[in-house]
Write a protein of this length. Structure first.
Length: 529
């Protein structure tokens, strides 16, 4: 399952969480770096995030300061420990490693042999091929040559020179790992075509140099969620012989609250923008998107008013008029991310097309997916207008879920619809999921429900489970709670004839399964109010 997701996961990964860049948060929490990395691991597993990227671990100027072939891996950015913490995570995380250089002291064009040797040393250390490896965990297969384009333009670097750097990287990296993937340096806007990147791709095409990924960073206001350049880049890549090259956005996001000189944005607006950034951009040709960040930066580039200080899925309670009590606080975009990842990640579903509601010229957006498990189709839709009417017809019971939670603990509004035609009014910044209510194989096992009572039902999430005869068999029982989409959300062993369980789950209908010796011996429905 995990290996399959690493190969097929289209979407869900988070920017820069494992890097040692969150001193304020760690100080406030009393974390050392190992404790912080474990904190990140737990969130990645909870969120369903399986990819990440960071750009400071492999700075050439720090690892080979004297350009003499002597490599210093124990540097301030902690490459060995950071990359190891990524790959030994129980969440099974893959890393895009960014290899940074500069045009003053460490210019690859002026030092081609040193550049190639450095790349070979990096790949040999971290590729996990069994030879000269850092350890048994790390297996890096994706390498980005440089971080962002403006850094090199500011140093007078040309696209022709960068193409030479990539050509040398192609030779050096693949001499160590024939299966490694190369990603190009990133522009910092999804709204305008970057001439440097276009010229680089054209030159690489003429040189017959292969690469696998381009990266486009994109931030801004919540309503600036569309990366309109994606179709143009796709056409340009195809015309230069790169039809197999993927388009990623490895830094993407919007803020909440109010940085200086920027308009106020609510948590709801931030969460809605997150969903739109994934759904719209995937439907228009993007292959991966990375949210900035899990934990937000603090005074990014020494600026206490930076928008990057309040982009996180988790808040630090500081800056941009963020409430002080929101240290280590899961924002609404955290819960929206988790729901979206468990719904439309390519492991769970396949995008089919725009649906009948979709009409961008009138501010209506609707997307049709197929559930990979059940084969049922479902819809994700919204309006950028103040309101719109959505008409739909269903032939069985469906549930409508508002994908931005209505409270601070991640509770989503749900509404059920029976077979027939319906119309609903939808509102701006409210994203909706319409999906058939179905749980596989449960309905066929309800004949033994008389063995147990589960009460009160409905409840606020606290239930008692009681054997009707007051006894358990020699073997203990295993209780599973399954949501309406067929996903297991809770599991526990039952050791007593009467037990209490506390379910910290969003309100709605769930199904339970009780197992004894791997056989279903009791199933049914519960309601959490």
């Amino acid at each position: 399952f995990i290996e399959m997701r690493q190969q097929t996961c289209k979407s869900y990964f988070v920017s820069i969480p494992y890097a040692d860049e969150y001193a304020y948060f760690n100080t406030q929490m009393g974390f050392d770096y190992t404790t912080y990395a474990n904190w990140v691991d737990n969130h990645f597993q909870n969120l369903g995030a399986h990819w990440t990227r960071s750009n400071t671990e492999l700075l050439w100027v720090l690892i080979e300061p004297n350009l003499d072939g002597n490599y210093v891996w124990n540097i301030v950015t902690k490459p060995d420990s950071t990359i190891t913490n990524i790959y030994d995570s129980q969440a099974q995380v893959e890393w895009l490693g960014c290899i940074n250089f500069n045009m003053t002291t460490h210019n690859p064009v002026s030092n081609p042999t040193r550049w190639k040797n450095y790349l070979q040393a990096v790949v040999d250390r971290y590729n996990g091929d069994g030879s000269n490896d850092l350890n048994t965990y790390v297996k890096v297969k994706h390498w980005q040559i440089g971080n962002e384009i403006f850094q090199y333009i500011n140093e007078g670097f040309t696209s022709a020179q960068y193409a030479q750097v990539v050509a040398m990287a192609d030779t050096a990296i693949h001499s160590i790992d024939a299966n490694a993937k190369i990603c190009l340096v990133a522009p910092t806007s999804g709204n305008v075509i970057d001439t440097f990147l276009v010229n680089t791709i054209t030159k690489l095409g003429l040189m017959n140099i292969n690469f696998e990924v381009i990266d486009i960073h994109h931030w801004g206001l919540a309503n600036n969620y569309k990366m309109n350049v994606i179709p143009t880049y796709r056409t340009m890549l195809n015309s230069n012989g790169y039809s197999n090259v993927k388009i990623w956005s490895c830094e993407n996001g919007t803020y909440c609250y109010q940085p200086s000189s920027f308009p106020y944005q609510s948590q709801e607006e931030q969460a809605a923008s997150l969903i739109k950034r994934y759904v719209w951009n995937f439907a228009n040709g993007l292959d991966k998107l990375m949210w900035n960040n899990l934990m937000e930066w603090h005074s990014f580039t020494s600026n206490p008013n930076s928008i990057y200080n309040s982009m996180g899925l988790v808040g630090d309670g500081q800056q941009n008029n963020e409430p002080a009590n929101e240290l280590n606080f899961k924002r609404k975009n955290y819960y929206s991310y988790k729901l979206l990842a468990s719904t439309i990640d390519s492991y769970y579903a396949t995008y089919i097309s725009n649906n009948s509601f979709h009409n961008e010229s009138t501010g209506k957006y609707g997307y049709l997916y197929q559930d990979n498990n059940t084969g049922n189709n479902f819809d994700v839709f919204w309006t950028d207008n103040d309101s719109a009417t959505y008409n739909f017809t269903v032939t069985s019971n469906y549930q409508l879920t508002e994908m931005v939670p209505f409270d601070s603990i991640g509770t989503f509004n749900n509404q059920s619809f029976a077979s027939g035609s319906h119309n609903i009014t939808i509102y701006k910044n409210q994203i909706y999921l319409l999906k058939k209510l179905s749980v596989t194989s449960i309905q066929n096992t309800e004949h033994k429900n008389a063995l147990f009572n589960i009460y009160p039902n409905p409840s606020n999430g606290n239930f008692f489970i009681e054997m009707k005869n007051g006894q358990l068999s020699i073997d203990n029982y295993q209780l599973s709670i399954i949501n309406v989409f067929g996903k297991k959300v809770f599991q526990s062993e039952i050791f007593n004839a009467k037990s209490e369980i506390n379910l910290n789950l969003q309100g709605g209908m769930y199904f339970y399964q009780m197992k004894d010796n791997k056989q279903f011996i009791s199933t049914g429905k519960i309601i959490i109010q």
